[in-house]
Each structure stands twice: as C-alpha cells, then as structure tokens.
Design a protein. Structure first.
Length: 527
C-alpha cells in the first residue's frame, strides 16, 4: 500500500537560514500575520495580574479603579485571558496595600463595593474568573485589631483567651524581628508598619476563615496567598501545616476555589516542590521567572532539550506531592524587574516572543503581569515595577499617574501601547493572542498534563503532554537555525506558532512525523 504523506506548509516563503545563534538579517518578522482562530477563553486557563491603581483610570483622577478594569474586560477577553488576579484591594495606608486595615472593605481610591460587585458581574459575563490577594501574614499597624491589642497589652489587660492581644506577638524584651512601641515590642518581620499575626491563635484562624467566606460569597473564585514562607520564620514544616489548614478551610467553603501561593523565591525545584504537600493548588514557579532565569538562560544557550528535562522533573515533583497540583509559571511580577529587561539586543523580538510561547504553554495555570504583553519596562525600586499601563502612544485617556515614590523616566517606557500594538500584525501582543488561543483550544490537554521530554536535538524543547484527553506534543526550537526532528508514532498536525515568515514543514506518514521547525518557532502535534 502506498504511504500517505501529508506536508503542512504553514507559511509561503522559506528564507535563508542563519548559521549561528546570534544573527542579523536572515530572519524577518515584519511580513507575516498570525493565524488566530476566533478568540475564546477557557476559564482560569491563563491569569492576568493587575495592580488596580496603575491599570485604567475611569474618572480622570489619576488613579486606576474597578470601573476602569470593567471597561477593559473586552481587551482581556480579546487576548484570551480566563482569570484576573488583583493585588490587594482593601483599605490601607500605603499605595501597594499589602498592609491591610480592613479585610472586609474596598480601598476607596479604587471605588466602592458596588463598583467591585459590578466588576465581578461583568467579569463573569466575559467568562473570566477573579482571585484576590489574601495578606494574612501581617496587618497594618493601623488595623483596629492592632490598635486595640497595643492598648490592652500596655494596660496589662490581656487575660481573656479571645483577647486581640493574642492576635499578635508581643514581648517585654527586645527580640530579632521585633519593633518597639512604648516600652515593649511586637513582631514585625517586614517592617514596623506590618505587625505579624499570631497564626497559631485559633481566633486568628477563625478571623481568616470568615474573611475568606465573605469574599467567596461575594463571588471571587479564589485567592493568591502572600508571603507564605514568612508565616513562621525559618520553619517550612509549620508553614506547610498552616497552609494545609487554610486550604481545607477554603475548600470547605467552596471546593472549586482556586488557591495560588507566593512560595519560596528559590531557583531550584527542591525549594518550591515540598510546599505542594500542603495540597494548595499552585505555587508560583520562581525558577522559570526572572528570579531563576531558566527560560532566558536556556534560550540564550539554545539548550531546549535540557530545559525540557528540567520541566518534566518539576512537573513530576508536583504530582508526587499533590496529584491535582498545578504549576503556576510566570516571567515576572510586581516584586521583580520586568521581564522585558532580560532580552539580548540582537534577537530581542524573537527571544521575547519565544519566552511567551514557552511559559504560556506550560502545564498548570500561567500568570501574565499586566503590560508584559506589550513589553512594558520597569525595574529598581518597587514603585518602578508597578508603573501605569500604556494604552496608546497618543491618546492618554485612562492612563494613570505614577505610583507615589516612582522615579522611572517614562521616556524609556515602551511607546506603543496596547491599542497601538493590537493593530500591528506581528506585535508581541498579537503573538500572545496567538499563543493563548492555542493554549485555550488545547487546555484540556495541557492544564493537568503529565509531561515527558521528546526529541534528540539539543536545541529542541520538546514535550509530550499526557492526559485523559489524549496526547499533545509541543516542539519548540530554541536556536537561530531551523532544526528537523523525526518522531515515531501516529500523529496529526494541530498548529504552529511562528516568530517569522519562515515555513514549518510537517511530513506525516503512517508511522512517523518528520518536523522541520524554523528558528524560535513552535509546532504542535496530536496523537
């Protein structure tokens, strides 16, 4: 019987190949357009982190607000985003709001509770889930609990078992990590304005449970847990115990609630993976972010095979600790220098797009930091990492003021905003739209997958995704030269994510697939 051969040419032109990893003019990204299926989002498939105060200003007061986010839900939906993570939204004396004064309130700068509820309704209609920051390692020193506790402790009136005195850790003598107030001290590991909560206290735990219940009843879909390695200083065991309790408390309230935690800021899997024992759904994958630089380093060295081995091992480690655990890959967040600063100039456009292709197609639930999709910049002091979202080069409607304390030279910021880039066929934003459209289309194959490396080329980042839905094979070229890989088995072509107009070639016969992948491109097969 004659073999059936299927050759898929994704683009029309095959340009001359580059001979080394660093190249100049042999590849162009200016003469192709992404073929994007009708954009549909899969709930919670890809999350988008928003600092409300810097996102979109609906009333021209210089401050982003919930009504502004509501107005930009079409933008998020057009990108394919399925979930939003809000940095803290509660009243606070600081611009970042990681020191809460009222866990049941909405920061007045962001709007009203009615505005937030209106946002939740609008997000639901856009098929977008919402999680909020849950900051329970500490409160503000202006929180009523702390103010009352200080007064009670000062007057030696802490005998009652349920006294708020016991919500915090006080001492009559100086201790490491403690701050002074009058003639006594209180634990405040971050700074004096953030007194640590006593998480061993059952009344504190009940307060936390009630806070979670309140917001879940409002309609939020889960929580991002702040600073979980600081719950108990230098004790992973106690941190994991508390996380186990918190996970159980939240899941009893809503079994479908999604919880992602800011775990260890480590560069190795051995630092992050043990926390999955708590059964928390996800921990942020700091090794692949700008902290560990694993994606960037492997692209720079064209070592895709090595990175595939690392990711397979990381994925296996999660499942050994928590069968239903999900990775939470990301490039950078509000505490890190923006990922746009990583790119090496000679291949900036290609490597930046490739980074997006890689982490947005990882198992679990990836997180985009607002503005990443348009290559926003910012580093140094924290305020410079939380700069205003750029919507248009010329139309400044909705653009917020800089956060208090920011000193970034906005002349260095990306000039083309989201609306400008949406109109440019080969922009980074449209690359993200393409990748996320593929992600959402095959999310059932990706989110809970077990992954194993495939392929032999050192530059090939090749992974097979195994789920009950079947097998998906994602092949990404980390090099500046086209590579060819032969895979044995029965395959069908699914899609390609290009970074230039160079064609991918996929030849499928009855027992194998021969795939030629252009520089920095991705080919996806099914079996």
């Amino acid at each position: 019987m004659k073999k059936q051969i299927l050759v898929v040419l994704v683009t029309l032109a095959l340009l001359p190949l580059a001979s080394c990893q660093s190249f100049e003019s042999s590849i162009t990204s200016s003469e192709f357009a992404y073929e994007i299926d009708e954009i549909t989002n899969a709930k919670s498939s890809v999350f988008y982190e928003i600092f409300v105060g810097s996102f979109y200003d609906s009333n021209a007061d210089g401050m982003g607000d919930f009504n502004g986010v509501s107005q930009k839900l079409d933008y998020l939906g057009d990108m394919g985003v399925g979930g939003v993570w809000f940095m803290p939204i509660h009243p606070s004396p600081t611009y970042h709001k990681y020191d809460v004064t009222d866990y049941y309130g909405i920061a007045p700068q962001y709007g009203t509770m009615a505005d937030f509820e209106s946002y939740l309704d609008a997000a639901e209609s856009h098929n977008i889930d919402t999680i909020i920051d849950l900051v329970v390692n500490h409160t503000s020193n202006y929180h009523p609990w702390f103010i009352e506790a200080v007064n009670l402790y000062k007057n030696d009136n802490c005998a009652a078992e349920d006294s708020v005195c016991h919500y915090y850790n006080f001492s009559d003598s100086v201790k490491s990590g403690y701050s002074r107030i009058d003639d006594f001290f209180y634990e405040a590991r971050f700074w004096s304005g953030m007194p640590d909560l006593n998480l061993d206290n059952p009344y504190v735990r009940e307060e936390i449970r009630a806070i979670c219940e309140f917001w879940l009843n409002k309609g939020v879909n889960g929580f991002r847990l702040d600073a979980v390695t600081s719950y108990y200083t230098n004790s992973n065991t106690r941190n994991i115990e508390f996380l186990s309790w918190l996970n159980s408390a939240i899941k009893q309230l809503n079994p479908q609630a999604y919880i992602v935690a800011e775990g260890p800021w480590g560069t190795t899997s051995s630092e992050v993976i043990p926390y999955y024992e708590s059964q928390i759904d996800s921990f942020f994958n700091f090794p692949v972010s700008v902290t560990g630089n694993r994606i960037y380093t492997n692209i720079r060295q064209a070592t895709g095979k090595s990175f595939a081995t690392f990711m397979s091992s990381y994925n296996q480690g999660i499942k050994e600790q928590n069968e239903t655990g999900l990775d939470a890959p990301f490039l950078s967040n509000h505490d890190q220098g923006r990922s746009a600063g990583l790119m090496y100039p000679e291949n900036r456009d290609f490597s930046r797009k490739l980074m997006g292709s890689i982490y947005l197609l990882m198992p679990g639930r990836p997180f985009i930091y607002y503005g990443e999709e348009i290559e926003m910049r910012g580093s140094g002091i924290d305020e410079n990492k939380r700069l205003p979202m750029i919507w248009s080069k010329t139309d400044k409607i909705g653009q917020t003021n800089l956060p208090i304390g920011a000193n970034y030279d906005m002349d260095l910021q990306v000039q083309l905003g989201a609306l400008d880039q949406r109109a440019i066929a080969t922009s980074l934003l449209n690359h993200y739209r393409k990748v996320i459209s593929v992600r959402n289309k095959y999310n059932d194959y990706i989110e809970h997958a077990t992954i194993t490396p495939i392929g032999t080329n050192d530059a090939l980042y090749g992974l097979t995704y195994e789920t009950e839905s079947g097998s998906l094979h994602i092949l990404t070229n980390f090099s500046a030269e086209s590579i060819t890989e032969t895979l044995l088995g029965t395959f069908s072509y699914a899609d390609e994510i290009p970074t230039s107009q160079i064609a991918a070639e996929v030849t499928i016969t009855s027992g194998q697939a021969v795939v030629t992948i252009p520089p920095f491109a991705t080919v996806i097969l099914l079996s």
